[in-house]
Design a protein around this ligand. Structure first.
Ligand SMILES: [Zn+2]
Ligand SMILES: [Zn+2]
Length: 435
């Protein structure tokens, strides 16, 4: 595992959660391509090109091998060399989101199976650089220009080694395989292109003063980058500011509601806009688990009934209908800091509740987690003072801080270098090679 607050001087070994206890799996299958050693507690098996199904219950793990059921508390599978891998299914992609689905992933290096709360936990332990060779293209396709893939690889490495979030330390791994941390599907989508990007940038990270940058990134900023402190707890970071995703173009003041409304209806010439990368071309560059859609400017409606039941469930309310939803304050990218919801109870009395910060606002506004809180909310089809539905007209996809993936793609397609891209999204940072 990564060691907190330590800048490594050699390649670290990373532990990635692939199947988590929250996935509630009682069976996980894998197929060994090539040779591997299976260790089941203290029993060793040498296997070659075989399928396995690992089962879990409260007593532990078990699997069938040559007609015998082998039981163990802990099972590890270690492919003999780097050409051997295991195909593992079912693995969750999009955990907790509406696009959530089961996929098959190809994993190299060591697999560790254990039981947690009666369910299977699978951790993939592998050298960081092998992880990075896959993660950049698990996020975006190999059709992206080299500068984009290299920038994404450096950002992923920096974020990993800054090791600030530590969301899964209690379960014994550094990061999970999904959007909660960084999307990772093993070597499933690894190409020569992405391997080359990892090798070419080996050990390279972004630094600010004496620390590795906590290099966050998201799909599309919507035109203005967001500040760290507007999204997460803790002090701000000097390299994450409200800046226009453009050169020689000042950020508009999107904390002002009128200005924000104008901005959302405008098509400014920012790197993540259609001026730099037409949205119909995005499909060939974006990762395969993404929904085809509009990222820069989008619109979606939600019916009164669906919204009311969603808000009731999320907040434990007994609202009969949502009367209004009003953004109270916005951060510099237009993402909401405060949202005031007014709802009616069964007697018709109105109540107010305030939701704070981008993540919670997105969670409350839509059962599928709204793309971005940088959106206008308009009531549609009033009937006796009750809106029939609400319309969200928004910009961007994700939190908008740090590297804007579509913007970086736009930059790389227009000839900008890795250094140009990184200094644009993390101003004041510099590149260094750790190992
Ligand atoms: Zn995670
Ligand atoms: Zn952008």
């Amino acid at each position: 595992m990564l060691i907190p607050d330590q800048i490594p001087d050699r390649e670290p070994i990373l532990r990635v959660g692939i199947v988590l206890p929250e996935d509630r799996r009682s069976t996980v299958n894998f197929f060994i391509h090539g040779k591997a050693t299976i260790m089941a507690d203290d029993q060793y098996l040498q296997v070659e090109s075989l399928p396995f199904g690992i089962d879990a219950n409260d007593e532990g793990l078990s699997f069938m091998y040559r007609g015998v059921r082998i039981r163990a508390k802990y099972i590890s599978v270690t492919p003999e060399d780097e050409h051997d891998h295991a195909e593992v299914w079912p693995v969750v992609a999009g955990r907790g989101f509406h696009w959530c689905k089961d996929i098959t992933v190809k994993l190299i290096s060591k697999l560790e199976f254990s039981v947690s709360d009666g369910f299977i936990m699978l951790i993939n332990e592998l050298p960081l650089e092998q992880y990075l060779a896959s993660v950049a293209t698990s996020e975006m396709s190999a059709a992206c220009p080299e500068a984009m893939i290299e920038a994404q690889t450096i950002v992923a490495r920096s974020w990993m080694l800054a090791n600030v979030e530590k969301k899964h330390v209690n379960l014994g791994f550094d990061v999970c395989n999904d959007d909660c941390c960084q999307r990772f599907q093993g070597i499933t989508h690894m190409t020569d292109h992405s391997l080359k990007a990892a090798q070419k940038t080996r050990g390279m990270v972004l630094m600010y003063e004496a620390r590795i940058c906590d290099a966050r990134y998201s799909k599309s900023c919507g035109g203005v980058m967001e500040k760290y402190e507007n999204l997460w707890e803790g002090a701000g970071l000097p390299y994450m500011q409200n800046l226009a995703d453009a050169k020689n173009f000042p950020a508009p003041d999107l904390t002002d509601e009128q200005e924000f409304r104008r901005w959302i209806h405008a098509q400014p010439e920012v790197f993540c806009s259609g001026h730099f990368i037409p949205e119909q071309d995005l499909q060939q560059y974006l990762g395969n688990v993404d929904e085809a859609g509009h990222y820069f400017r989008w619109q979606t409606d939600i019916q009164q009934e669906e919204l009311t039941s969603h808000i009731n469930q999320k907040l434990g309310l007994n609202a009969i209908y949502i009367h209004s939803m009003q953004p109270i304050s916005r951060a510099g990218s237009g993402r909401m800091l405060e949202l005031l919801i007014t709802y009616a109870d069964h007697s018709g009395t109105l109540h107010h509740i305030t939701i704070y910060k981008d993540y919670h606002v997105r969670d409350i506004l839509h059962p599928s987690f709204l793309y971005s809180s940088a959106c206008l909310i308009d009531a549609i089809g009033m009937e006796e003072g009750i809106p029939a539905s609400f319309r969200y007209t928004g910009g961007g996809w994700g939190h908008g801080a740090g590297l804007c993936q579509i913007g970086a793609l736009g930059m790389s397609l227009h000839g900008y270098s890795v250094e140009d891209i990184l200094s644009h999204y993390y101003p004041g940072s510099f590149l260094t090679t750790l190992y």
